[in-house]
Design a protein around this ligand. Structure first.
Ligand code: BES
Ligand code: ZN
Ligand code: ZN
Length: 467
């Protein structure tokens, strides 16, 4: 997307934000929130975006209606629009920011496999007195990274396999001097003792990879945050094969890994002065004669033995080894992991809120607050001793599923398993199984299918914008 900033519109298709009061002057349009109307005036096309009552209009309403408005523009085959910045009672530029985000995020289309391509918006002219060009372009770049993640998650499992994720990481390190990539292949994973990640990937012709990307934006600062993404490029469930109705979308089980790649890409593009290590733990959980079996015991990288109670609880295994390896060799100061880890999070929080589970109140609170701003909402779940106790195994140090009744607190016990591989440092686990992939209709800036959840949230958290 080409994004420019001007003081007066040069483009003839305008998107104008109006509240219920301002709409009084527009025939047959009440300005209700999230509604859109098109009117013509001379050579101009005016697309009105309803904000509802201005006093209760939020950034998320603006983001959502901006997305609707650009879809309307694209439907009218417009390739350029002028976005006339909305104003909110606060009078700052966050509303301008939200409308630009909504416009870019809302114009995402996945048409790689369609013979007939969709009409696309190509450029946005932000008409603003408050926003600078560099700021608008920075917002655009982060939103484009969300689009990049959506593409990765939507694409075929046979295309986006562990090797492909590794290739994407290598591409990033070629594009910027500030990022260095290390990739462990299946032989190195075995030789070094990452027995859990190796086991998850062993039944597939697409072997596992551990991908580590080091972004150094501030050599003087010793603080290094780590972000770790679950990259199961297809989760068949393995020998505990998933049933019809559950298996169809499992190419998206790498959405956490996608988010990590997207965040690292945003870092290379915008070069903020922070240090971030991005880790992708990638494997294809396949069913095959060479797959790992339920009842088997494997040794983790940190030496603990794990009884495989269920081969479909594979994400936590892949994450466990990645986390131990990361802490031993890279010594980060804190860790955030993103994972489509449990179906249970959908029962608990639905498809609009992700779960955060953390050993640090400060980290959980900050992430929550950022999510409220970016519209990627989080809700914290607890993790108590009984959850950890439920992972005791008769024959091994741990089992990979709890001994609770089926489905009971599954999101929490999955996090409890991961916690066994976290040392004494702040850690937050984001279960994005409900929010990474939208099986319903588009909701504002959130499209159907892959959503790119977590990219803006974690990027904002890491880089902190002072807003
Ligand atoms: N990848 C799934 C979780 C998932 C479910 C992601 C729905 C997206 C949508 C995960 O690997 C899994 O299978 N989890 C099991 C764990 C169970 C076997 C303890 C689950 O949540 O049912
Ligand atoms: Zn699974
Ligand atoms: Zn999975």
């Amino acid at each position: 997307m080409n994004v420019t900033v001007s003081k007066a519109p040069k483009t003839t298709t305008h998107i104008l934000f109006v509240d219920t009061n301002e709409a009084i002057n527009i025939a047959d349009f009440e300005g209700k929130k999230e509604t859109v109307a098109v009117r013509y005036e001379g050579d101009k096309t005016l697309i009105y975006a309803g904000m509802g009552d201005k006093r209760s209009c939020s950034l998320s309403i603006i983001r959502g209606v901006a997305a609707k408005a650009v879809k309307t523009a694209a439907g009218l085959k417009r390739t350029k629009v002028a976005l006339l910045e909305p104003t909110l009672p606060e009078g700052d530029d966050t509303a301008t920011r939200a409308c630009l985000e909504g416009a870019i995020l809302g114009s995402y289309i996945f048409d790689k496999y369609r013979s007939e391509k969709s009409d696309r918006l190509k450029s946005i002219e932000v008409v603003s007195t408050r926003m600078k060009r560099t700021e608008a372009q920075a917002i655009a770049q982060v939103c484009e990274c969300v689009g990049y993640v959506r593409d990765l998650v939507n694409d075929n499992a046979s295309v986006v396999n562990p090797q492909y994720l590794a290739k994407e990481a290598r591409k990033l390190s070629r594009s910027s001097k500030r990022i260095a990539t290390t990739i462990l292949d299946e032989k190195e994973l075995r030789d070094k003792g990452l027995g859990l990640l190796s086991a998850v990937g062993q039944g597939s012709p697409y072997p596992p990879r551990l991908i580590i990307m080091e972004y150094r934006g501030n050599a003087r600062n010793k603080e290094t945050s780590a972000i770790v993404g679950k990259g199961i490029t297809f989760d068949s469930g393995g020998q505990d094969l998933k049933a019809r109705g559950h298996i169809e979308t499992m190419r998206t089980d790498m959405a956490g890994a996608g988010a990590v790649l997207g965040i690292m890409k945003a870092l290379t593009l915008l070069q903020p002065s922070v240090n971030v290590i991005g880790v992708v733990t990638a494997a294809h959980n396949a069913i095959d004669g060479t797959s790992y079996f339920p009842g088997d015991i494997y040794r983790a990288y940190n030496g603990k033995t794990v009884e495989i109670a269920n081969t479909d609880a594979e994400g936590r295994l892949a994450l466990a080894d990645a986390l131990s390896y990361l802490q031993k060799h890279y010594k980060p100061s804190k860790i955030i992991d993103l994972a489509t880890l449990t179906g249970g999070v959908l029962s608990a929080l639905g498809s609009t809120v992700a779960a955060v589970i953390s050993n640090s109140d400060a980290l959980a609170d900050s992430l929550f607050a950022v999510g409220e701003r970016t519209g990627e909402r989080l809700w914290r779940l607890p993790l108590y001793e009984e959850h950890s106790d439920s992972l005791k195994s008769e024959f091994a140090d741990l089992r990979n599923t709890s001994t609770f009744k089926r489905g009971h607190a599954s999101t929490i016990t999955a996090a409890a398993f991961i916690k066994e591989f976290i040392g004494d440092l702040p850690w937050a686990h984001l279960d994005i199984a409900g929010t990474a992939f939208n099986q319903g209709e588009a909701r504002g800036e959130i499209p159907k299918n892959a959503t790119g959840f977590g990219v803006r949230l974690v990027y904002e958290y890491l880089v902190g914008s002072g807003r």
